[in-house]
Design a protein around this ligand. Structure first.
Ligand code: ARG
Length: 407
């Protein structure tokens, strides 16, 4: 009996060709596993496409809730945006996909796991590092990295072997989508000087010409209401996305640094992710104590970088998660977002039963709870070291004429 391999199957051209090619060239039995993370998957169609391509079995796993709860939510808590911009759409989905690939590999007694990534991207890194973390005994196979096909060759191979690939799967762009957003690459986008053509966008087409306000409620870091209605996480993510997306909000156009040393031009549509991240971090501003907030802000970019680099299952990421989780118990309240035509979205209000904002303390109106006289001694001691230092320099006068003194 030939050995079994589980393939991360998307239903697209490359992984469909990979099913047949691995069976032929490597004499393996391919179990195709497609994981639904909210990319809009037609399970029956994907299954029959995999079987038609030559898979011995095809499995479709609905992982949307799990993905939202165990992967997207921690990213929200970490306010995660790689290089300050990209909300990690593809990077977040790979570890949940791997979790299911490993489960299926064990269930089928497979010897290895295959993926359809090329050698140029980050996704191969994420798949392989995660597989080795969860199942070091399994072999890792990357057919697309070793076969000699160009895209045209793959199309010809598919045609020759009767592999059906739908028109959308042969589009000009390489698209990766899940419930946290969409990454669009290839074609004219590879020229970073060219503006992305309007037709690449599907989640952020402006369909309304008036401004819109929405209120997002968080309960210990978990977004749980929209305009006062309680919603499950995946439903809330979808509804926020279509609300802000309908005013054109949620696009990113950036040059980013891949883990493999390549700079690439990336276009993203992440209306819901960007709106929820904006609301969430604003609510943290209202509810997190200063030192905690500052330390968290230092750790957030590290969290994003680790996840981008494929280190979801790693001790540092685990430790940072524990930190993030501990901060979220304070993050309860509501945030008002205003989104206007042209893709503008901003926070216009926030409130919380556990806000650290105290109107009596903050107001410049006459107030009796704040002891103004306490400030004098505090400021004197705060500046004492500087006063001493300045005296040793011969006083402020000598500094007034120095560069940068404004004189
Ligand atoms: N550059 C992004 C990332 O590395 C997007 C990757 C999209 N993946 C894809 N197979 N098209 O996370």
């Amino acid at each position: 009996m030939s050995k079994k391999v589980v393939l991360a199957y998307s239903g697209g051209l490359d992984t469909s060709v990979a099913v047949r090619w691995m069976a032929q060239e490597w004499q393996v039995e391919v179990v195709a596993v497609a994981v639904d993370v909210g990319q809009g998957m037609d399970a029956a169609a994907v299954k029959s496409r995999a079987l038609a391509a030559g898979a011995v079995e095809a499995v479709v796993v609905d992982a949307k809730e799990e993905y939202a709860r165990d992967f997207v939510l921690p990213a929200l808590w970490a306010n995660a945006r790689y290089e300050g911009k990209y909300p990690l759409v593809s990077a977040l989905s790979r570890p949940v996909i791997v979790r299911h690939l490993v489960q299926e590999a064990r269930r089928h007694g497979a010897a290895g796991i295959a993926h359809g990534c090329t050698g140029k991207g980050n996704d191969q890194v994420r798949f392989e590092v995660a597989i080795r973390a969860l199942a070091p005994e399994l072999e890792v196979l990357a057919p697309v990295r070793v076969w000699p096909f160009t895209r045209e060759d793959s199309l010809a191979y598919a045609q020759e072997h009767g592999i059906v690939v739908s028109a959308s799967k042969t589009s000009l762009y390489s698209i990766d989508e899940n419930l946290w957003g969409k990454a669009i690459e290839c074609g004219v986008l590879e020229d970073p000087w060219q503006e992305p053509p309007a037709d690449v966008f599907t989640l952020t087409q402006q369909t309304a010409n008036d401004s819109l306000e929405i209120v997002i409620g968080f309960d210990a870091g978990v977004p749980s209401t929209l305009d006062g209605r309680s919603l499950g996480l995946t439903e809330l993510i979808a509804q926020v996305g279509s609300a802000v997306g309908s005013r054109g909000f949620g696009r990113l156009d950036m040059v980013e640094n891949r883990r493999v040393g390549i700079k690439s031009r990336e276009v993203y549509e992440c209306p819901s992710a960007l709106a929820l991240l904006m609301a969430h971090s604003d609510l943290e501003d209202l509810t997190l104590e200063r030192d905690l907030a500052h330390e968290k802000a230092r750790l957030e970019p590290r969290w994003a970088e680790l996840v981008y680099d494929g280190m979801w299952f790693s001790p540092l990421k685990e430790a940072l998660d524990a930190f993030m989780v501990s901060t979220q118990r304070h993050v309860t309240g509501e945030v008002r977002l205003k989104v206007s035509p042209g893709g503008l979205c901003k926070v216009v209000g926030r409130r919380s039963p556990v806000a650290l904002y105290d109107h009596d303390l903050a107001t410049y109106d006459a107030s009796d709870t704040f002891r103004h006289q306490d400030a004098e001694g505090f400021v004197r001691l705060w500046g004492l070291g500087i006063k001493t230092w300045a005296a040793r320099q011969g006083g402020i006068g000598s500094r007034l004429s120095q560069p940068g003194s404004g004189q």
